[in-house]
Ligand binder design. Structure first.
Ligand code: SF4
Ligand code: SF4
Ligand SMILES: [Zn+2]
Length: 281
């Protein structure tokens, strides 16, 4: 569910004295006390804020609008890969706003999603469980026939509303409600429909703002860069992150075993991950 005029998210924290990235409304230095204002997570929330402003400005000033609206959630069954830091920001949001039972249900739903995904899309499932480069993942996604048979486990199926809306990932914010010329010419010339309500290519570009300047920032935060070298990190759909964290992390809870995405400045975090050989795995 992309941006809608009804649910504009305010810009998020640029420093320790600004409201905390978690949405508590408290100053970050009094809320998430150990967090760094230059961390991957805080920079990602800042980028989210810039996406919101770009799309809201367009919506306020353009007579041509995408048909996205609150409760339109067909695309929440699309295969949306998200980075680890984006997923951890969802856990932080759930920690603050959801009950323990609701959290547990989301993890349980994700396990059900995995079973369906595995039997319906064995090739794409295989690409999740094996080492793959970013292009390999993109190719696998392109060959994914249509939507998943299930929506994102964080969607309220009764109302069609996103239950983590203020913290939703970059792709959820930009899909449908924006377009980009960023990427290769092959990317730029793609004309596949965005969804059943929006034609692709030129038709989509005519009714949405171009967010090409925001994509390189996203990639800087989703990947590991040290000097000129950028190593892509694996991205997974939300249900798969839930399964991984539920099975291998702190169980089916919102607890993070490691807070590096929040507590370390981005450059330091990148250097540490590079030293430990983080790559496309
Ligand atoms: S991209 Fe399509 S399915 Fe998604 S919210 Fe917009 S109109 Fe609805
Ligand atoms: S987080 Fe899930 S429910 Fe929310 S907009 Fe993204 S895909 Fe939809
Ligand atoms: Zn906080």
């Amino acid at each position: 569910m992309p941006n809608t005029p009804e649910a504009h998210t305010p810009q998020l924290a640029p420093d320790e004295n600004a409201p905390c990235f978690c949405g508590s409304g408290r100053k970050m230095r009094l809320c998430h006390k150990t967090a760094s204002a230059d961390s991957r997570a805080v920079q990602m929330t800042r980028l989210y804020g810039d996406v919101e402003v770009t799309i809201a400005d367009y919506r306020a000033g353009s007579p041509k609008q995408p048909p996205c609206h609150e409760g339109c959630s067909s695309c929440c069954s699309d295969y949306f890969p998200v980075s680890q830091v984006e997923f951890e920001l969802l856990l932080v949001y759930m920690e603050r706003h959801w009950s323990k039972d609701e959290v547990r249900e989301a993890f349980e739903r994700a396990e059900e999603n995995l079973l369906a995904f595995q039997s319906e899309n064995p090739d794409l499932h295989a690409s999740l469980t094996h080492t793959a480069d970013r292009q390999g993942e993109l190719d696998a996604i392109r060959h994914h026939a249509g939507r998943n048979s299930f929506p994102c486990p964080l969607l309220d199926r009764a109302t069609g509303r996103c239950r983590v809306y203020p913290a939703r990932p970059f792709l959820c914010r930009t899909h449908g409600s924006s377009h980009t010329f960023y990427g290769s010419w092959r990317e730029r010339l793609r004309t596949e429909r965005v969804c059943e309500h929006i034609e692709g290519g030129r038709a989509h570009r005519k009714i949405t703002p171009n967010v090409a300047d925001l994509w390189p920032r996203y990639e800087e935060l989703a990947d590991v860069r040290v000097g000129p070298k950028r190593n892509p990190l694996r991205q997974y759909p939300i249900f798969y992150w839930l399964v991984l964290y539920g099975r291998h992390g702190s169980g089916q809870t919102t607890q993070l075993g490691n807070r590096d995405n929040f507590d370390l400045p981005l450059a330091e975090h990148n250097a540490r991950m590079a030293a430990h050989g983080s790559s496309a795995n």
